[in-house]
Design a protein around this ligand. Structure first.
Ligand SMILES: [Zn+2]
Ligand SMILES: [Zn+2]
Length: 329
């Protein structure tokens, strides 16, 4: 499915198209795509809320497939191996941020399904160093949401500073939050979920949320940490209102509507607001290992590739529980 001109998901911005089969270059592998998860970032790309970096482009950055070609010098994978592909396609390895061990902030980073073609297609090219082995216990479709929703959620959880016995707030309950909830429970956090959709509330309860309610009403007790998944600026203030002194609100989204002006008292008391940008390869490896160990159960709805526009529209209107995943066959 190819994006040429961004427009609202309901207007079917993605069209089926034929593109020549790519050949892996130096250090790269080609992955025959079996499934590709649909992420909120894909929605921002197809609707033009993020500027296009490549035109046309094939979106999709939660790919699970089988390696069917190995370029010269590519290490760690052979033909027939199962491989996962995530948002971070490559880095320069040499900029100030890469040298500081923050490759997620690399100034020359390229992203899958944005700077290079992604997984809403039959095959995808990735540097072998930026591909991942998928733990055997996961099926293709159950692994797909781990690759962005899981990885970014996991990084957000780390940056929120939440630890054992802490009260953690999750604002919004989609693909990412339903994975983070399980990891946070495993870590011994008490998880408070803020979401309006009845189906999302039900899923949060089923997965072990300590409390489920509305962002406006606030939690029954102060939170030690919070993660905002919903791309709505006013929610940042709701989260700050619920947060204890010294606590952190981590913002997991790649875009957000403007954050309203606020009184200094909301953030005073050494409260911290920080964004989360992309992920490192280490984040992805840790998350995959942890997800297998817990084990995390992903709630997945499978769709044929041709339905990509509909899945994006459903995601936009919170009509998907858990994660939407496209099947390519
Ligand atoms: Zn760099
Ligand atoms: Zn994503």
């Amino acid at each position: 499915m190819v994006l040429d001109k961004p427009r609202p998901a309901e207007e079917e911005p993605l069209q089926l198209g034929d593109i020549p089969e790519p050949t892996p270059g130096q250090g790269e592998i080609r992955v025959r795509v079996r499934v590709c998860g649909v992420c909120h970032t894909d929605l921002h790309i197809v609707q033009g809320e993020l500027p296009m970096h490549k035109r046309p482009v094939v979106p999709g950055h939660q790919v699970v497939g089988i390696v069917d070609a190995v370029g010269p010098g590519a290490k760690g994978f052979k033909e027939g191996d199962r491989a996962g592909v995530i948002w971070l396609h490559s880095t320069d390895g040499s900029c100030e941020y890469c040298r500081r061990n923050s490759e997620n902030l690399c100034v020359n980073a390229q992203f899958t399904g944005y700077d290079v073609n992604g997984g809403y297609a039959e095959s995808v090219i990735v540097p072998a160093d930026f591909a991942y082995h998928i733990p055997q216990s996961f099926s293709d479709e159950s692994a797909a949401p781990l690759l962005c929703a899981g990885v970014i959620g996991y990084r957000s959880l780390k940056l929120s500073g939440a630890g054992k016995s802490d009260r953690l707030g999750l604002y919004g309950f989609g693909a990412s939050a339903h994975i983070v909830l399980q990891i946070a429970n495993h870590m011994g956090c008490e998880v408070y979920v803020f979401t309006r959709a009845a189906a999302h509330r039900e899923l949060a309860q089923k997965l072990g949320a300590a409390w489920v309610g509305d962002a406006k009403e606030g939690p029954p007790q102060e939170l030690d940490a919070a993660i905002v998944f919903a791309p709505a600026g006013p929610i940042v203030l709701d989260a700050l209102r619920a947060l204890r002194k010294g606590g952190t609100v981590a913002l997991a989204g790649i875009t957000m509507t403007p954050i309203p002006e606020m009184d200094y008292s909301l953030i005073y008391g050494e409260r911290v607001v920080r964004s989360v940008a992309n992920s490192t390869r280490q984040d992805a490896r840790e998350l995959l290992e942890l997800a297998a160990e817990i084990p995390v159960r992903t709630e997945v709805t499978l769709y044929p590739l041709e339905d990509a526009n509909r899945v994006l529209a459903d995601m936009k209107h919170s009509r998907i529980e858990g994660a939407g995943v496209l099947r390519i066959d």
